[in-house]
Design a binder for this molecule. Structure first.
Ligand SMILES: [Ca+2]
Ligand SMILES: [Ca+2]
Length: 254
C-alpha cells in the first residue's frame, strides 16, 4: 500500500512540471529546472515521508485496538486427547500455532490435529490478549466443508469453546445443537484464509471463514486462553473435532 501511494504522489508532482519553452531560455531554464527538480525531489520526499508516517496505522488502531505482532495462538497450554483418531498429534504444538491453512468451501484442510472423542486443547496467545470489541473477537478454524456445495449441509465436527483470562476459570459458549445450524459450536464453517495460498485476512471475520466468537455473548471483557473440547456425545466418522488454528480479531498487547 505504501509503495503504491508513493508512486501516485511522485506521478502527480511530475505532471505539474512545465516544459522548457525555447532554446534562448534553455540555460536559465536549466538552472531553474535544477532548483525545481530539487524542490520537487524535496517535495516528493516530504510527501513520501508524510504518506509513510501513516504506514504503521491499521484498521485495528482505527477500531481502538493495538496492532499486535501476534494474532494467533502462540502456545499449547494443555492437550488431553480423547480415544479414537490421532491424526496430527505428533506435530503438536506447531500444527495449531500461527495462521490457518484453509482449503475452501468444499475441501477440508489436512493441516490439523484431531482431538479424539471428548479430547481437549488449551491455547495461549501471549503476549496478545483477546478483547471484546465490536462483533466477533476471535475465530476458531476447523476443517469443515459443505457437502455437495450445500451451505445448509456442513460436514461438521463439533466442539465446545471456552475462554479464560487467568487460565483457571473458563467460560463456555454453549454447544448443544444436534442438527445444523450448530449455533455457537466450533467446527461447522469452512475455512477460506490460507496465507500460503491466498490474500484473505485470517483475522477478518467477514472473509476468513471458520467459526466466530464474541466475548460480549459471555459478558467477558478479555481472554488470554481458549480451550476447545470435542463433543463426547457425537461419535462416528465426523465425531472428532480437527483443529487448524485460532485467530484474534480484536487484540490487545503490551
Ligand atoms: Ca465482541
Ligand atoms: Ca466427538
Amino acid at each position: 500500500m505504501g509503495g503504491k501511494s508513493e508512486d501516485l504522489s511522485v506521478g502527480a508532482l511530475e505532471q505539474s512540471l512545465p516544459a522548457p519553452s525555447n532554446h534562448g531560455a534553455r540555460a536559465r531554464s536549466g538552472v531553474l529546472q535544477l532548483f525545481r527538480s530539487c524542490g520537487r525531489a524535496l517535495g516528493a520526499l516530504f510527501l513520501v515521508g508524510f504518506v509513510c508516517s501513516a504506514c504503521g496505522s491499521t484498521a485495528d488502531e482505527a477500531n481502538g485496538d493495538h496492532p499486535c505482532a501476534s494474532r494467533f495462538a502462540t502456545t499449547v497450554e494443555a492437550f488431553v486427547p480423547g480415544p479414537g483418531p490421532t491424526f496430527g498429534q505428533s506435530d503438536l504444538p506447531k500444527i495449531v500455532l500461527g495462521p490457518p491453512k484453509g482449503a475452501g468451501a468444499i475441501n477440508g484442510s489436512l493441516d490439523v490435529v484431531t482431538l479424539g472423542n471428548g479430547g481437549s486443547i488449551t491455547l495461549g496467545f501471549a503476549p496478545s490478549s483477546i478483547v471484546d470489541g465490536p462483533g466477533p473477537d476471535f475465530i476458531v478454524f476447523e476443517n469443515a466443508f459443505y457437502v455437495n456445495e450445500d451451505t445448509s449441509s456442513p460436514y461438521a465436527e463439533l466442539a465446545t469453546v471456552e475462554v479464560s483470562d487467568d487460565g483457571q476459570n473458563f467460560h463456555a459458549f454453549p454447544c448443544t445443537a444436534s442438527a445444523a445450524p450448530y449455533g455457537s459450536c466450533a467446527g461447522w464453517h469452512p475455512v477460506f484464509a490460507n496465507p500460503d495460498e491466498n490474500a484473505i485476512d485470517p483475522t477478518d471475520p467477514a472473509a476468513a471463514g471458520g467459526d466466530v466468537f464474541d466475548l460480549a455473548d459471555l459478558g467477558v471483557a478479555q481472554a488470554r486462553y481458549v480451550r476447545i473440547t470435542d463433543r463426547a456425545d457425537l461419535t462416528g466418522a465426523n465425531g472428532t473435532f480437527d483443529l487448524d488454528a485460532v485467530s484474534i480479531v480484536h487484540a490487545e498487547c503490551p
